[in-house]
Design a protein around this ligand. Sequence first.
Ligand SMILES: [Fe+2]
Ligand SMILES: [Fe+2]
Length: 141
Amino acid sequence: METFTWGPHFDVGDDKINREHQKLIAMMRNLAQLCKKSVPKQQVLFAYDALIQFTEEHFADEEELMAELNYPDLENHKKIHQQLLDNLYKYREELVVSVYGVLPSSVFDFFQNWLMTHILIVDQKYGAVLKEKKKTPSKEN
Ligand SMILES: [Fe+2]
Ligand SMILES: [Fe+2]
């Protein structure tokens, strides 16, 4: 679980989005640490809700950036964001009904998968378009 660490391979070519990814990863790491310490359930839920809220903000920012870029795969990317949010809400329900307020280990597998297949692969696709655009500026009307 020490793997929730941002590195330069996550760089998508936009400072704001990079900072948001760093914050998301830090929030996941914080949740992993809280669950290890067996803190009261309310504390885990509070941190988890903060992650949901920040994820919604991050996805909205990313979708706005992709729209500005006229990114052709925006609709598909939006669908993937919605699936990630659906999963976040599903795990929240499990947390609410759990007795001890410990997230199942599968939630951390889900986070890991989010980093490895979404941020490192799917987000990098618009990152490549963005980086290319920055190399050849001002071609739009
Ligand atoms: Fe992202
Ligand atoms: Fe994304």
